[in-house]
Structure formats: C-alpha cells, structure tokens
Design a protein around this ligand. Structure first.
Ligand SMILES: [Zn+2]
Length: 311
C-alpha cells in the first residue's frame, strides 16, 4: 500500500487575488517541489480527488450556507467577511478541496492507500457550520471526520491541528461529537481569539493548546505530543486526521511559531508512529494555512516523506 497525494486542478480556481495571502501560488509551489524529489515522487501515488457533493457538505454544514456559497460563486463572487473571498471558481475549488479529503478518507478506510496528504485550498479549519471565515469556506478536515463516522461506520476519530491559528471552525463542527477528539495547538493570543486551554467543548473532547510565539521549537513539539497523548488516554482512534497548517513554520508572515522543516518531520512521525499502534497507521492529512509558498512546498515534501516512511 502506498501513500496517496491528492489534489485537484479546480483548487486553483478560487481566485482571491495575488495581494491576498491565501493565493493560488501557495498550491502551485507544491507539485513543483515534488518534481524535484525523485525518490518521493516515485514512491507516492498521484491522484486527482473528486468534488464533494452538496449532500456530503451538509454532513458538517448548514444546507443554506452550502447553497449560499454555490449561489454566490455562480453570481460571479462576493465576500463573506473582510478576509474571506468567493470568486466565480470558488464553488468548484471548495468542493474539490473537501472532496479530496473525502476521497482520501475513502481510500485509507477501504485499504487502497495507507495514508494520504491532500494539497488543497481554500483551507478549512476556520469555517463554521453556517458561515465561512478566515479564508475558509468548508471545514475540509472536520467534514472528513464526520463523513468517516457517517458513511464508513468508523467509531473514533482523532483530529490534530498544528496550524498556527486555532481551528475554531473544526471545533465548532466536531465538539458535539464525543467520538471525535480534537487537538489544536495554536499561537495565543492570536487570530481568531478562541482556543483557550480551559475551552474543552461540551463533552471535554477538545484539547486546546494555546502557546506564546517565539518559543524554542522543542517546546511546541512537546506540548503537541502531550496533548495528543492526553486526548488518546482512554480513546483509541480508528482514524487520524491532520490539519497541516504550515504557517507554524518560522518566518511565516501570519504567525510567530519557530518550527523548521525537521520539526514538521518530527510532528508527522509522532502521529504516524502512534497511528501505527492505534489503527494500522491510518492518517489523512490536509493542507490548511501557510503563507510563504516556498516554505509551504518544502514542508509538504517533508510531511509527505514522513507519511511515506522516508527519512
Ligand atoms: Zn493558519
């Protein structure tokens, strides 16, 4: 079984403009970097994911909001908040982004792939049940978790989010599900202002790890691993989803964490090794933030290598 690399050309059709930090150049840098790593390129399986349907999106989102995104895109575009743009291609892009994650969940759960990384945009972890925000339209990873339970009968899902921003949308979507445990490590105080350590959700199924900026990298790694271990103490996941935001890297224009590529490798391995003992190593990861395109691409390579058991 191989590691799947899923993307979709429609993800490039979400047109935010080049002055927006979440522009299409972030995604284009990833296959470019992949072509320069022959070993990785030939190890993984390259796949174009599918589009999520409106019914699938409604597993996590209010159907009226799903229709609003579709209709706004069809009308030529608009704006959901100051940062969150819809262009005429955004419906196709956002359904492709979510659909890649659903496809990856299908593949990993039915055994066609061992693990998967989805290079998608727009990102998802700020999207609420009935509203987009923070560059995000649909909660790709939260939807993946809900879908795995609803459509595959998976019992327990762990979501690990190391994007530098709190995954407030993911929390809002999954915190009512006792069988989905959510770990989010994020800069604090920082956008979007949620994610305090004592916010455990209504069922104590959320582990928020707020961290100051500019700490030594090892402190972030230790904090994340400790939270993952806490979240799985009496809870063995059947599937692990990762919100891989690479704005946790040093030098990201929208974050103050200090991680380098080696730390992305280490975090990924920490999750893969635990997943190997929990659930046959079933990990599905999806790109969230990360606003220095070359760094996002380099981190994606390191992350993929770690998913694929390469050094
Ligand atoms: Zn972020």
């Amino acid at each position: 079984m191989t590691v799947a690399f899923l993307s979709h050309s429609d993800c490039g059709r979400h047109d935010t403009g080049w002055s927006h930090p979440e522009h299409v150049g972030r995604l284009r840098a990833i296959p470019r970097a992949l072509r320069e790593d022959y070993e990785l390129f030939t190890t993984i399986e390259h796949l174009e994911g599918r589009h999520a349907t409106a019914d699938e999106l409604a597993i996590a989102h209010d159907p009226g909001y799903v229709a609003l995104v579709r209709d706004t895109a069809r009308a030529g575009g608009g704006r959901l908040d100051a940062d969150t743009v819809i262009s005429d291609g955004s419906w196709d892009a956002a359904t492709a982004g979510a659909g890649c994650v659903l496809d990856a969940v299908d593949r990993v759960l039915d055994g066609r792939s061992s693990r998967a990384f989805c290079a998608v945009r727009p990102p998802g972890h700020h999207a609420l049940v009935d509203a987009g925000m923070g560059f995000c339209l649909f909660g790709n990873v939260a939807l993946g978790a809900m879908y795995a339970r609803a459509r595959h009968g998976v019992e327990r899902v762990l979501i690990v989010d190391w994007d530098v921003h709190h995954g407030n949308g993911t929390q809002a979507i999954v915190e009512h599900e006792r069988a989905i445990h959510f770990v989010s490590m994020h800069q604090w105080p920082w956008y979007p202002g949620t994610g305090a350590a004592d916010d455990r959700g209504p069922h104590d199924s959320v582990w928020n790890v707020p961290m100051p900026a500019y700490l030594p990298p090892a402190q972030y790694l230790r904090a994340l691993e400790r939270a993952v271990d806490d979240a799985t103490r009496d809870f063995t996941p059947d599937l692990v989803l990762v919100s891989a935001g690479f704005d946790c890297l040093a030098g990201d224009p929208l974050g103050g964490f200090t991680l380098e590529l080696e730390h992305v490798h280490a975090m990924t391995r920490a999750i893969v090794e635990r997943a190997n003992t929990w659930c046959g190593g079933r990990v599905v990861s999806a790109l969230e933030g990360g606003y220095a395109p070359d760094r996002v691409a380099a981190a994606s390579m390191v992350h993929l290598r770690a998913l694929a058991d390469l050094g």
